[in-house]
Design a protein around this ligand. Structure first.
Ligand SMILES: *Cc1c(COP(=O)(O)O)cnc(C)c1O
Length: 294
């Protein structure tokens, strides 16, 4: 998975575009059905590094609905490595579809109670083993950002002045900021509530003298994975108008933010806006059937 970069489609979004201000979206979600979207980019240098270090197992952390857990399980297996997922919380009698998938891809799951989960260092110490290559929750880290920097090379992205992405750990945003050109501004839409460390988390992944960037904290809709009716209605409307599928955790909030900011004339005149569709559609399986029309 480290060879050449894929070509990714850019889809115009007429219903979001204003006069003289086109809005397009980079469809990373179409890259792969399992290692969807940004996870493919964030994981590739970790996997390469693990192999170079002669490790045989990728160990990482995540919650029951973590896209990162599923992607790590699949990507590890594809690279001929084993994987262990340390999962936050108690084992449930009916595992989430994400965890069921991860197990199907050969991941060993170890449940860690919530209090202990906060201290990943102690978990790492307890399970220390020379064959393990550790990846932080969400793939946060410099190799993850380095992989995400390749996202802008998958299509003709240089004409855009503004690049917007959903932001969880900030790893993808850091990669985009590192790869952006001088005429481009990266704006991350934070999907977590009260995520006041996100700016410094991103800065820690960037070299000194990096380009300025913006994190917007206004569109988390109540917090991580919270999806009020208004957001779900917006997702269905977007599907009707653009045939664009979005997920409840990340990309729906990005799209809503883009639409709202355009309505508020937030962008400079003649801006050209590129949204990053970072994938994550499998997360919609947590919704009751029939909630979404796609
Ligand atoms: C994991 C994920 C993100 C968050 O990326 P970060 O690098 O953690 O900020 C955004 N979108 C989707 C669909 C994801 O699965």
């Amino acid at each position: 998975m480290t060879e050449s970069l894929p070509n990714i489609a850019i889809q115009p979004l007429p219903s979001l575009s204003a006069k003289d201000m086109p809005v397009d979206i980079l469809r990373l979600d179409e890259l792969h059905p399992v290692i969807s979207g940004n996870k493919w980019f964030k994981l590739k240098y970790y996997i390469q590094d693990a192999i170079e270090q002669g490790k045989d197992t990728i160990a990482t952390f995540g919650g029951a609905w973590s896209n990162h857990i599923v992607a790590t399980a699949f990507a590890s297996r594809e690279a001929g490595l084993r994987s262990i997922g340390f999962i936050r919380g108690e084992e449930s009698a009916t595992p989430s579809s994400a965890l069921a998938d991860a197990q199907r891809y050969g991941m060993k799951l170890v449940y860690i109670d919530r209090a202990r989960y906060r201290d990943t260092t102690s978990v790492r110490t307890q399970y220390a083993d020379g064959n393990l290559y550790w990846v932080m929750e969400g793939g946060y880290g410099v190799p993850g950002a380095k992989g995400a920097a390749d996202i802008l090379k998958t299509a003709r992205t240089s004409p855009y002045t503004d690049i917007l992405c959903a932001t969880g750990t900030g790893t993808m945003a850091a990669g985009l900021i590192a790869a952006a050109q001088p005429h481009q501004t990266v704006t991350g839409i934070s999907v977590l509530k009260n995520n006041h460390n996100i700016e410094s988390d991103i800065e820690s992944l960037l070299p000194a003298g990096h380009r300025p960037f913006v994190i917007n904290h206004e569109y988390h809709f109540g917090g991580y994975a919270k999806h009020p009716k208004e957001l779900v209605a917006f997702m269905n409307e977007l599907w009707n108008r653009e045939r664009l599928p979005t997920d409840i955790v990340y990309t729906s909030k990005l799209l809503f933010a883009a639409k709202d900011l355009l309505g508020k004339e937030y962008f400079a005149p003649r801006a050209r806006i590129l949204l990053i569709h970072s994938g994550g559609l499998q997360g919609n399986r947590s919704l009751p059937p029939g909630t979404l029309i796609f």
